[in-house]
Design a protein around this ligand. Sequence first.
Ligand code: GLC
Length: 743
Amino acid sequence: MGCENTTTDGAVGSHAVFVDSVLQSMTLEDKVGEMTQLTLGAIGVGKPYKLVEPQRLDTAKAYDALVTNRVGSVLNCGNHEHTPEKWHEFIAGIQHYAQQKESKIPVLYGVDAIHGPTYTTNAVLVPQQIGLAATWNEDLVRENAENTAAQIFGCGIPWNFSPVLDLGRDPRWPRFWETFGEDPLLASRMGVAMVEGYQNGEVPIAATLKHFFGYGFTLSGNDRTPAWIPERELREYFLPSFKAAIDAGAMSIMVNSGEINGIPVHTNKWMLTDLLRDELGFEGVVVTDWEDVKYLYTRHMVAKDYKEATRMSIEAGIDMCMVPLDFGFTEALLALVREGSISESRIDESVRRILVMKKQLGLFETGGMPPALEDYPNREEFEDDAAQAALESITLLKNEGQNVVDPVQPVLPLGKSGKLFVTGPTAHSLNALNGGWTGTWQGRDTVYNTPGMPHLVEALSNRFGIKRVVSEKLAMDFETAEIDRVIRAIEQTRPDYVVLALGEMPYTEIPGNDEDLALFGNQKALIRAVHKMGLPTIGVFIEGRPRTFDDVEPFMDAIVMAYLPGDFGGDAIAQVLEGSYNPSGRLPFTWPRHPSSHVTYDHKHTEEIGTDFYTNGFNPQYSFSHGLSYSSVEVTDLRLEQTSYDMGDTIHLMVGLTNVGDRITNELVCVFSQDSVASITPSVDRLRYFDRVMVGPRESMSLSVSLPVEELSFINAALQEVVEPGAFSLRVGSKTVAFNVNE
Ligand code: GLC
């Protein structure tokens, strides 16, 4: 049984009587224990980051944590995934300890199932968020989130630390791929779809919006380093996705580990209380990120000790501390309340929210026990959605050269004949297709890969037939000397095409920090060497962030971005290369041409001034929303019903589309607005609407778009969301229509 529809709107009220009755029976120790979250590694046999195998609860540690210290929440997985059976052992074991404490309040278990159940053996893994964003398909995002919920709930886990609603506006950031890309509207709509999928599906669980907020736009591009983001920009770009998901009823929020304008977010009362609670009306649970209260005095140096750090974070507005390895927070908070520095009524606020969340998730009815193991869902139920998401994420960026079978056609699709030679550092790796948070935190351990899921070479062989696919393996750190081996193998094979699988191996968080955004290692040397052979060459990027490769871009006839497409990504790439699927993925970010030229699509006019003072300075490798299909759809018409509108009006735009090719095409229609003059420097473009439409071969159709004038807004210097009267235009593709907004 899942929990009831778990949106927070009104939930607090509907559980108030029950929750208050529990609260009244709780001691201070019970309450502070509810606000404490430990990692599984802290209560398992062995060392926290290296539990003894087979992993199991340590009786003494578990009792000390869950009974003596009344810890109310546990997270994570030890240090690798587990089978559903093992999850049941852990969750049931933990709840048995919970039942031994006076309050018997069940423990709330949380996990990072960020692209499918990433810490559950043989789970159905879907594309990482950056790939889901490339589908621009909310239904697919919602369906896959529902599937994730069903699987982790089947393990007994009702709380998912997902989605990430930070923006991917700096591709240097090692968590870029965990986002829905650079645009606030795209991230908002995808985030709402994911929250709805987790919380409103057949088996609801709790979503977590993370990491609130302004995380991922640091000065250095490195994770958890200082960011300077004025409030206006915070509200313009980084708040909308969180606001939309809060309005959709998200049950919890995780806090940004970083500092913004010199203030660690975990101590920022304006953010965590005035803005989040008072302005946005968020009623759910605010949980810290990993060890972030302790980091206030060990990393940020804003507190002299644990106790002061605890006080600062509680006063700022956190409800639960992901400690997660000790009782420092618990002891500090008990002392603070006992000495009167923190009121018990403040503690009650947080405990009430935690109890409401547990009630909403049905923990008081089930004791937090996992559902019957025999009811664990069959993975076949979810595979089609995962495969479809992988397929719709694949983005065709370039398609030139000559197809060997039909030279008047570009190199792709390869069709049913021709031999492929496949090589490159991501060609033989299922880990590369999945990225971080897969089986283990960094996603690099092959031992946890889903049995039977193919890497790219295997998927190509399955799709094209083993006679058509020859490959040569390269590790990510291959030496230039190994390129000779590859060239010799190509000469011996005499293929019709060469497929180069490029990109990155998995990483996340600080380990993924990187000094240089360029395609690294000897991948460029490999591209140059293969190019000299004069064979049609297809580059396939399997990576979490757009690595730059401008100097070798001309040496590849076709280029495909696969992002991190998950377990079904190999076959998705194969279907696009072969042509059985007409690629529909579109970039959710701007692809920089050079390592230090990462400017987003919604940049300002001054960012377009080139060295010759013409407006040719913005020159990305590929633009936001770029992507090709095997049959192009042209915008043939763009019309408005009127040329001036009043505030409060709705703009009705007619978009004429014609598919000039002979394949049905899943087309993305984006409507960008241009504000000619504004009190804040206007962006050259702002995405205001998007939708996907299927356009049949040689079909012409028109799409009617309704856009309320108020959606042309921006945040002004007084921090108000406004639409200023004046001249505007709307652009779809290369067509633009002008209109006025009246006083
Ligand atoms: C990590 C991440 C966060 C994750 C949490 C629990 O440090 O920042 O995204 O949910 O710890 O694993």
